[in-house]
Design a protein around this ligand. Structure first.
Ligand code: TNX
Length: 543
């Protein structure tokens, strides 16, 4: 049993303030110079309002007379008996301590009226549901109420944005930490709000993945999909096929042969735990029956002719296929699914299924109709790119739409049989598309995607016949053909990822470009202090 004292729940907040990194980032195209010192930075920070939050909260009732100030005496209190609530409290304390320098002890909830930030399970407005929260700011303190620890965590991320941007600084001892008064009642429009990282084209390390988890969880993203295998590399340890990683993920793999590496099972589990502490669920993907050259060049027996093709380090797609009519293929696939399911606590296991151009339509259906049930056999819900709807997915499967159009007959058919859809239209939500013709990184096959394009669509009207109730949520994929470092990842994700996060969380009635771009501009001081390498889009009034 996990108790309040379980050290495994104490997950430190990662901070990345190194001089070299600061200089490297200052040299990039940031819109403003970094603040000169504590005083200068504090002056740059305008007063916060309850509505200055991304994603936009559902219901805000400001009370101009009732601001709360965090002081050296403030304590954080969490629901007694809940280790998960305490973990949220610890995470909040670790977020607030560096800048404030205050002790902010995390204690059980009591009735004594101390200045406090209380995280309470139960008692919230009924609209908050499973993932929402109610946040009350009075002169005496801040109370976040939610049904679940996930809701409390969401509330703390709102609280963080209601504080001055200096809260993200490593040390701002002389600042004043005022939170605007009033009430927020907030809850998500969609249950699934995702981001995706491609570890196959260029491997990304545990530190890079967890840094990304920190960034996305601030915007209430609750799923991180990891694209673990592709033609250019295999990035997850599978004990029954050990050369997948040592060869398929080894030296010389990745695009241009410069993206080697893989996650051991222990690495993967560390990522899962780190993400879970931020209420982010990992969705692992094994892409098949195409996008499999890394496996097939490692194990000759996975090819119909028994001959291993050469490893590939280019960015072509659609040339590889597992051998559909060979039983060994299904032994391989079952081994991989079994081992991956065993280290994946989340509900989903993604089986890819995109761009299988080297597999005939009949073979594709044969393959998927054997593999989809294997995912259920190991206790997971299958997700896959929208092509899986050409087969007969079970009703609990999830199809991830990545098309650029607005119609898809197979998808609509599957939806009528109960399949839910994650919306990732490539020309709106693909974070690897260039912003404009001058963007140094990224691809452009789905078009150029400026911030207004990423924000300017509705997940429930994008595809004809796939309405609100069929949409499980949204996801912003980030493919790594051109991306190597965390700086590269950040540059493509920011500021478009917060746009997708808002589409996933906020109501259609709050959807407003002018409001969004103003709130986005206000995030910039936070990103500078967090050393996020963001693209200074000319569409946004950066402060
Ligand atoms: C298409 S989208 C792919 C990926 C590429 C991506 C690049 C999808 C399901 N497949 O293999 O990395 O384009 O943007």
């Amino acid at each position: 049993m996990i108790t309040d004292h379980d050290e495994r729940l104490e997950v430190p907040v990662r901070r990345r303030h190194t001089t070299t990194r600061l200089l490297a980032i200052a040299a990039l195209a940031l819109p403003l110079t970094l603040p000169a010192g504590p005083a200068a930075a504090t002056q740059h920070t305008p007063a916060r309002h309850l509505t200055d939050v991304i994603p936009a909260p559902v219901d805000t009732r400001p009370d101009a007379r009732a601001a709360f100030r965090i002081t050296p005496r403030t304590v954080i209190r969490t629901a007694p008996g809940s280790a998960a609530a305490r973990q949220v409290g610890n995470h909040l304390a670790e977020t607030l301590r560096p800048a404030t320098g205050y002790p902010l002890p995390v204690l059980p909830v009591r009735s004594t009226p101390l200045p406090e930030i209380a995280l309470v399970l139960g008692g919230a407005d009924h609209r908050v549901g499973q993932e929402g929260y109610q946040l009350d700011v009075t002169r005496q303190g801040v109370t976040i109420r939610a049904t679940t620890p996930a809701g409390l965590f969401a509330g703390t991320q709102t609280l963080r944005q209601l504080l001055p941007a200096d809260i993200e600084a490593p040390d701002r001892r002389h600042a004043t930490w005022t939170i605007p008064g009033g009430r927020i009642v907030d809850y998500p429009r969609f249950a699934y709000r995702g981001a995706m990282l491609d570890l196959a084209r260029h491997f990304h390390t545990v530190d890079e993945i967890t840094a990304y988890v920190d960034l996305i969880s601030q915007y209430k993203i609750n799923y991180l999909h990891l694209h673990l295998t592709d033609d250019q590399g295999w990035r997850i340890q599978i004990d029954s096929w050990p050369r997948l990683t040592t060869v398929g993920g080894g030296p010389g793999t990745g695009v241009d042969g410069v993206g080697p590496g893989y996650l051991t099972k222990a690495d993967y589990q560390a990522v899962v735990a780190y993400a879970a502490a931020r209420h982010v669920t990992i969705v692992p993907e094994i892409d098949m029956p195409g996008h499999t050259n890394a496996a097939q060049s490692t194990y000759p027996e996975l090819n119909c002719d028994g001959v291993a093709p050469p490893p590939r380090t280019d960015i072509a797609v659609g040339y590889s296929s597992l051998c559909i009519n060979d039983e060994l293929t299904y032994r391989f696939v079952e081994d991989v699914i079994r081992e991956l399911a065993a280290i994946t606590p989340g509900p989903y296991l993604h089986i890819g299924g995109d761009e299988a151009h080297a597999t005939t339509d009949e073979d594709y259906r044969t393959f998927m109709n054997r593999v989809l049930p294997l995912v259920s056999k190991y206790g997971k819900r299958a997700s896959g790119w929208n092509e899986i709807t050409q087969a007969d997915p079970p009703a609990d499967a999830v199809a991830q739409f990545w098309g650029t159009g607005t119609t898809n007959a197979d998808l609509v058919d599957a939806v009528t049989r109960g399949t839910k859809v994650v919306m990732s239209p490539a020309n709106k939500s693909y974070l690897d598309m260039k912003y404009d013709a001058n963007t140094p990184l990224g691809l452009r096959w789905a078009g150029l995607i400026e911030v207004s394009d990423a924000y300017g669509w509705d997940p429930a009207t994008r595809v004809t016949g796939v309405g609100e109730s069929a949409v499980l949520g949204v996801e912003a994929p980030l493919w790594s053909e051109t991306l190597r470092t965390l700086d590269d990842i950040e540059y493509m994700a920011f500021p478009r990822l917060p746009a997708i996060a808002e589409l996933g969380w906020s109501t259609t009635t709050s959807h407003d470009w002018e409001s969004f771009r103003t709130r986005l501009g206000e995030q910039a001081p936070r990103w500078r202090l967090q050393q996020v390498n963001f693209y200074p889009s000319p569409q946004v009034p950066w402060i």
